[in-house]
Design a protein around this ligand. Structure first.
Ligand SMILES: [Zn+2]
Length: 525
């Protein structure tokens, strides 16, 4: 008896020890990121590389695009969960300390994860097992390097010339200091590039490339904005966040209504409790907030999810002030991650594009608005809510259309008098709309076809052929296929004949992927 108790205890101790292998493996904190100095693009790459090496099961790195001056724009995914949020930094060059914040966040969260520790009461391991944070630490690498290294950092001579011309006719108020540069290296403000009231007259916009405030010739004209746009469109982020440094406040409001408004207000209260920053506008604001063409203006407006633009510091400050700037920022990523996880069941209407989950919405209406505006008909698109398919658009390959045409033709033209009419009717009814189809420009019903067949009791076997160039598709999901039918025609007196006809079929694919033949035009060859 005693021995058994001992074995039992021993087993418990063993299982306890072995359930914490990662804890034993790391059991100490790394010190990779030095946030007290300006972080250039190449320094950032070095830090990210080290973070990925040290925390390879927690950190994934991808390139999501290239800047104007051909620097890779880097995405760092932190966490293991399937609830996703996005946080970006250094969209504005001179606010580059947001890169320091993000890199330090990544290191702190990874250390807390492997050491089973908490940050401001957030259980980091629990959160990062449920949620993955998609960080883009430096949206504007050319601009950041320009603020640190000056003109020498610009590689493309054409871009150097752009800077020279901005120098020659500077915007009022610019002190000619590269340190004060806000835009991308082409002189476009990346937080004025977003298609949400972009065509309004934006405050301070100089109407031409400048150190700050120029919105560009069109929304998303700049590659850095395009890269963030594509990342945002392609991933089901529940919360979008942009890190900036213009006063210790945050923006949360862009015309939200209903649940989205309540969610935004609830999260805002928690942000204020954690950071001490006030929301702009105040939370009881109830008219249209004039905030134009910013990243989170667009995400809130178009993707119908909470979005926040955080402003972490007041001027003047330098990297030496990092500790005080970081204090409110340290746990903020965890706050957003936890809130996104809490909201994940509210966003249960999933949009799949080419079988990848790309967006989540609160309802079908929002999901349909998204696919109408942001997807194209050549992709396979599905809206799924609680396992039910609400909408499906299969991009039909030429092969699919050919198969449908073949099946239809073999049923339609098979006038075998031995066949049962009811069976035949059922087969055809699958393909023919209830209102009938046009045969040589005349509308006929399935019953009309049956009557016709009764009169022509002959044996026909038919097959369809077409080359893939003869298939086209219009915007209403209607395919037109031109081809040829080859008949073997056998009359009652057993006289066989081989005949051919050219044929044009119009095929409509409905939202459940069912094909319907709308019309047939035949021509004797
Ligand atoms: Zn900013």
């Amino acid at each position: 008896m005693k021995k058994r108790v001992f074995c039992f205890l021993f087993a418990i101790i063993l299982s306890f020890l072995y359930s914490y292998p990662t804890n034993l493996a790391y059991a100490q904190f790394t010190n990779i990121v030095n946030p007290y100095e300006a972080i250039t693009y190449s320094k950032m790459l070095e830090y990210i590389n080290n973070l990925e090496k040290n925390f390879d099961d927690l950190v994934d790195v991808e390139v999501i695009g290239k800047s104007l001056d051909q620097r890779d724009i880097i995405l760092v995914k932190v966490g293991k969960g399937d609830t996703l949020i996005h946080i970006n930094g250094s969209m504005h060059a001179r606010e580059r300390i947001t890169t320091n914040i993000i890199l330090k966040n990544i290191e702190d969260y990874c250390n807390a994860y492997v050491n089973y520790s908490s940050i401001s009461g957030y259980n980091v391991r629990d959160i990062l097992d449920k949620v993955t944070i998609y960080y883009v630490p430096m949206v504007n690498p050319d601009g950041v390097d320009y603020t640190i290294l000056g003109k020498e950092s610009i590689r493309d001579p054409y871009l150097k010339a752009t800077i020279d011309s901005i120098y020659r006719s500077p915007q009022a108020g610019w002190n000619h200091s590269s340190n004060n540069w806000k835009a991308n290296i082409g002189g476009v403000d990346l937080n004025r590039q977003w298609d949400s009231d972009w065509d309004k007259n934006l405050k301070y916009d100089p109407g031409k490339p400048a150190n700050a405030f120029y919105k560009g010739s069109t929304p998303l004209s700049e590659p850095e904005a395009k890269a963030i746009y594509q990342l945002t469109i392609d991933n089901p982020f529940v919360i979008h966040v942009a890190y900036h440094t213009q006063g210790k406040i945050f923006y949360w409001c862009k015309n939200q209504k209903g649940n989205l408004l309540n969610q935004s207000i609830n999260i805002s209260k928690k942000i204020t409790a954690l950071t001490g920053f006030n929301p702009v506008p105040s939370l009881n604001y109830n008219s249209y907030f004039e905030s134009y063409a910013g990243y989170t203006d667009w995400t809130v407006d178009e993707l119908k999810k909470p979005g926040f633009t955080m402003e972490f510091a007041s001027n003047p400050y330098t990297e030496k002030d990092f500790d005080s700037i970081y204090k409110p920022a340290k746990a903020l990523g965890l706050l957003f991650a936890q809130e996104a996880y809490n909201l994940r069941f509210s966003y249960n209407t999933d949009v799949y594009v080419d079988n990848k989950l790309t967006q989540v919405f609160e309802n079908e209406e929002d999901a349909r608005a998204f696919i109408a505006k942001y997807t194209n008909q050549d992709s396979a698109i599905k809206i799924v809510k609680n396992g039910n398919i609400l909408y499906s658009n299969e991009p039909f390959s030429h092969e699919n259309i050919l198969t449908i045409s073949n099946d239809f033709v073999s049923h339609m033209y098979n006038y075998n008098y031995q066949n049962n009419n009811d069976e035949w009717k059922e087969l055809l009814s699958q393909y023919i709309p209830e209102t009938g189809l046009y045969v040589n420009h005349e509308l006929v019903s399935v019953d009309d076809l049956i009557n016709k067949r009764e009169k022509e009791k002959v044996v026909v076997t038919a097959s369809f052929s077409s080359d893939s160039n003869s298939i086209s598709k219009d915007l209403n999901n209607i395919y037109t296929i031109k081809g040829k039918i080859d008949y073997t025609y056998s009359s009652k007196n057993n006289k066989e004949e081989n005949l051919s006809k050219s044929i044009i079929l119009s095929i409509y694919i409905d939202e459940q992927s069912n094909p319907y033949i709308l019309s047939i035009v035949e021509e004797d060859i």
